[in-house]
Design a protein around this ligand. Structure first.
Ligand code: NAG
Ligand code: NAG
Ligand code: NAG
Ligand code: NAG
Ligand code: NAG
Ligand code: NAG
Ligand code: NAG
Length: 571
C-alpha cells in the first residue's frame, strides 16, 4: 500500500509488511530508517477516540445547540448546523508527536552526516549544478523538511510524505499533515507543495522557494482503494472508532454499490419516505436525518437515503427554496459511507426492481411515527419503509425519535462531518494568511435593521465602534479576518488603517470557474455547474473565523444585544 512514499493510511500504517517495504526502499541509511520508523510510530492517529459530550446525551441536552425549544420543535433559524467534528475536542495525544526542527535537522543530520557534509564541501560539483535534483535522496528530504518547519511557524507538523519529482529538474513536491499550532479543532490538514532546490558548485543543496498551498500536486496521493461501506458489517464496533477528518485528502464520495444480488438479498433496509422536513433549515434536516440513521443503526439495517437535498430559502440568494442540491455539497459522504451502512435511494430501487420478484423480497410499511423503533426490532422483512404524511408537525422524521424512543435511539453525530471540499477552502484561506490571523464575526444584515429586537447592534457594529472594541483585543497591524453578512465590504474601510483586513470574497478564486472545487463539484453533479451558495458561504466564513487565534464574536463581545432578539440572552 505504501510503496515507500506518501502517507500510509490509517488502516495500513502499522502492518509489518509495510514497514518492511519501507525499510527496503531506504536500506543503506540506517539512521534514516530509524527516523522513518520513528515518524511512523509518532504519528499514529488513535482510532479509538471518544468525543466529548454533549454528543452522546439524550436530545434534551442537545436542545441548546440546536436552538430548538424544549419540546424539540424548531425555531426556524438560518444558523449553520453543527456536525460531529464540532464536538470533538482536540487532544494532542490523538495526533501523535509534533515533528520539530530538532527531529529532522538537528540530531539526525548532524550526528550522521557531519563528516559527509564536510567532504562534500571540498568536492567540486561545478559540473553538476544543472543536473536534475534527485528528490528521493534522503538529504533532499531532510532539507525540505527543515525548510518547511522553518518557514511555517504557526503550524505543527505530524507527518511528512517522501518527496517526489516535481514538474521540472529543479523542483520536488512533498506532502505533510499538520494542524494549526493554536487549533482547538480535532482535524488534521494535508498540504503538498512544490519546492525549488538549487545545487551549488561546492555540492550543497538549498531550498530556493516554496510554492503556495497545494502547489505540489504530484505529492498528492490517492488513498488506496477502500472497501465500499456497504460491504462492512453494519455498525456496532465501527461506530466507536471516531477518527479525525483529514482536510485536503483526495475525496472519493462515489455512491456505494451493492456488489451482488446475493448481498442485496441478505441486506436489511430502512427507508424514510415523504414528510415535512424538506426545505427546512439545515438544523432541522440533520436532526431528522440523524434520527433516521440512528434508527437504522438500532435496527442493524442499511439506511436507504435520498442524497438530494432542498436548500431552504433562508440560505439562498434567490430567497426561494432550491431543490437539486446534494448531500455531498455540504457533508462528508465518504466518511458516512465508510463508517455506516448507507445506500442511495436510486441505486436501491433499481436493484430492488431487478430482483424483488425473483427473490421474494418483502416490505413492511409503517405510516405512523408513534410505532416505535423498538416495536420494529423483530421485523424480518427486507425493507422497512416509514411513510410520512402531509400534516405538519406530525410528519417530521425526528418525531420517530421522541418519547420512549429518545432514550433508546442515539443520534450518531460522529458520522456527520462537514464537506471536506468546503473545509479545504477554509484551509486554503487560512494558509494564505499563514494561519496567523485574528478574527471578528460581525453580524449585521436584517438584525441590524431591526431596532426593536436589536436596539444597539447597528451602532455597536459600526466601524468606529469596532475600532474601539477591538483596540484592546487585537494588536495593530495584525491580519484580521472579518466574517460578516454585511454585503457592502467598503463599510469596513476605516479598519484598514489599523489592521490588514480580509474578507471571504477576496478568496473567490478558490471556488470560481478555474478552481479545483468547481471542477470537482461539477463532476459530482453530473456535469452541471454548482453554485457556491449561501449555506456554503456562511459555512466557510464561519469556519475561517473559528480558526483565528483570537476570535471576537458579535454577541457578548461587541454588543449587549441578545443573539435571538430582545430579552433572549441566556444566563
Ligand atoms: C411545544 O412548545 C410550544 C411552544 O414552546 C407549545 O405551544 C406546544 O404546545 C408544545 N408542544 C408539545 C407537544 O408539548
Ligand atoms: C488526552 O488523552 C489521554 C489519553 O486518552 C489522557 O490521558 C489525557 O489526559 C488527555 N489530555 C487532555 C488534555 O485531555
Ligand atoms: C523538539 O522536540 C524535542 C522533544 O521531542 C524537544 O526536546 C526540543 O526542545 C524540541 N525542539 C524545538 C526547537 O522545539
Ligand atoms: C557553498 O556555497 C554556497 C553558495 O553558493 C554557500 O552559501 C555555502 O556556505 C557554501 N558551503 C560550503 C560548505 O562552503
Ligand atoms: C521549475 O518549476 C518551478 C516551479 O514549479 C519554477 O519556479 C522554476 O523556475 C522551474 N525551473 C526551471 C528550470 O524551469
Ligand atoms: C471510490 O470508492 C469506491 C468504493 O466506495 C471504489 O469502488 C472506487 O474505485 C473509488 N474510486 C476511486 C477513484 O478511487
Ligand atoms: C443488532 O445487532 C447487535 C449485535 O449484533 C445485537 O446485539 C442487537 O440485538 C441487534 N439489534 C436488533 C434490533 O436486531
Amino acid at each position: 500500500m505504501m510503496q515507500g512514499r506518501g502517507f500510509p493510511t490509517r488502516s495500513s500504517s502499522f502492518r509489518p509488511e509495510n514497514l518492511g517495504q519501507n525499510a527496503l526502499a531506504i536500506i543503506g541509511n540506517l539512521f534514516f530508517t530509524f527516523f522513518v520508523i520513528a515518524v511512523l510510530v509518532f504519528t499514529v492517529i488513535a482510532a479509538t477516540y471518544e468525543p466529548e459530550d454533549p454528543l452522546f446525551h439524550p436530545s434534551t441536552k442537545m436542545t441548546n445547540f440546536l436552538t430548538s425549544t424544549s419540546n424539540a420543535t424548531f425555531v426556524s433559524d438560518s444558523t449553520l448546523a453543527k456536525t460531529g467534528e464540532d464536538f470533538m475536542v482536540a487532544n494532542e495525544t490523538v495526533f501523535g508527536s509534533v515533528i520539530n526542527a530538532t527531529d529532522v535537522g538537528g540530531t539526525i543530520l548532524s550526528e550522521n552526516t557531519e563528516g559527509e557534509v564536510e567532504k562534500k564541501g571540498e568536492r567540486d560539483c561545478s559540473g553538476e549544478v544543472d543536473k536534475a535534483v534527485d528528490c528521493t535522496d534522503p538529504e533532499v528530504f531532510h532539507l525540505m523538511m527543515s525548510a518547511a518547519i522553518d518557514r511555517f511557524k504557526d503550524i505543527h507538523f505530524y507527518r511528512f510524505g517522501k518527496p517526489v519529482r516535481g514538474y521540472n529538474d529543479s523542483s520536488c513536491h512533498m506532502a505533510w499533515r499538520f494542524r494549526p499550532k493554536e487549533g482547538k479543532r480535532a482535524s488534521l490538514y494535508k498540504d503538498y507543495r512544490s519546492f525549488v532546490i538549487a545545487r551549488s558548485a561546492n555540492c550543497t543543496l538549498s531550498v530556493v522557494s516554496i510554492g503556495d498551498y497545494h502547489s505540489g500536486g504530484k505529492a498528492r496521493k490517492r488513498r488506496p482503494h477502500q472497501k465500499a461501506g456497504f460491504e462492512k458489517t453494519p455498525m456496532a464496533e465501527d461506530d466507536k472508532n471516531v477518527a479525525v477528518q483529514v482536510v485536503g485528502e483526495v475525496v472519493n464520495d462515489t455512491l456505494p454499490v451493492v456488489e451482488s444480488e446475493r448481498s442485496f438479498d441478505q441486506g436489511r433496509y430502512l427507508l424514510y419516505q415523504g414528510g415535512g422536513d424538506r426545505c427546512k433549515s439545515m438544523d432541522h434536516y440533520l436532526w431528522s436525518f440523524m434520527c433516521a440513521l440512528g434508527e437504522a443503526q438500532y435496527l442493524n439495517r442499511t439506511l436507504v437515503m435520498d442524497l438530494s437535498i432542498c436548500l431552504s430559502s433562508v440560505y439562498t440568494k434567490s430567497g426561494l427554496d432550491e431543490e437539486g442540491k446534494d448531500f455531498r455539497f455540504y457533508f462528508d459522504f465518504e466518511h458516512l459511507k465508510e463508517s455506516a451502512s448507507v445506500l442511495d435511494q436510486g441505486q436501491f430501487w433499481s436493484d430492488w426492481n431487478k430482483w424483488h420478484q425473483k427473490d421474494g423480497l418483502s416490505i413492511s410499511l409503517v405510516d405512523d411515527f408513534r410505532v416505535t423503533p423498538m416495536k420494529m426490532a423483530g421485523v424480518k422483512d427486507t425493507l422497512i419503509m416509514r411513510k410520512f404524511g402531509s400534516v405538519e408537525p406530525d410528519n417530521y422524521w425526528y418525531r420517530v425519535c421522541e418519547g420512549e424512543a429518545e432514550s433508546v435511539i442515539q443520534r450518531p453525530w460522529h458520522l456527520i462531518w462537514k464537506s471536506r471540499r468546503l473545509m479545504d477552502i477554509v484551509s486554503a484561506i487560512a494558509a494564505r494568511m499563514n494561519w496567523d490571523f485574528d478574527s471578528v464575526h460581525v453580524v449585521r444584515g436584517e438584525k441590524a435593521r431591526n431596532l426593536e429586537q436589536w436596539p444597539n447592534l447597528a451602532a455597536d457594529t459600526s466601524p468606529e465602534a469596532l475600532l474601539s472594541s477591538l483596540q484592546d483585543k487585537v494588536d495593530d497591524g495584525r491580519n484580521l479576518y472579518i466574517a460578516t453578512d454585511e454585503t457592502d465590504i467598503s463599510f469596513f474601510d476605516p479598519l484598514k488603517d489599523k489592521y490588514s483586513t480580509h474578507f471571504l470574497d477576496e478568496y473567490n478564486s478558490l471556488w470560481d470557474e478555474t478552481s479545483e472545487w468547481y471542477s470537482e463539484m461539477k463532476n459530482l453533479n453530473n456535469g452541471a455547474a454548482v453554485e457556491f451558495d449561501g449555506y456554503m458561504r456562511a459555512s466557510v466564513d464561519t469556519e475561517v473565523f473559528l480558526r483565528g487565534k483570537k476570535q471576537i464574536e458579535t454577541f457578548n463581545d461587541l454588543t449587549r444585544d441578545c443573539k435571538n432578539g430582545i430579552n433572549t440572552c441566556s444566563s
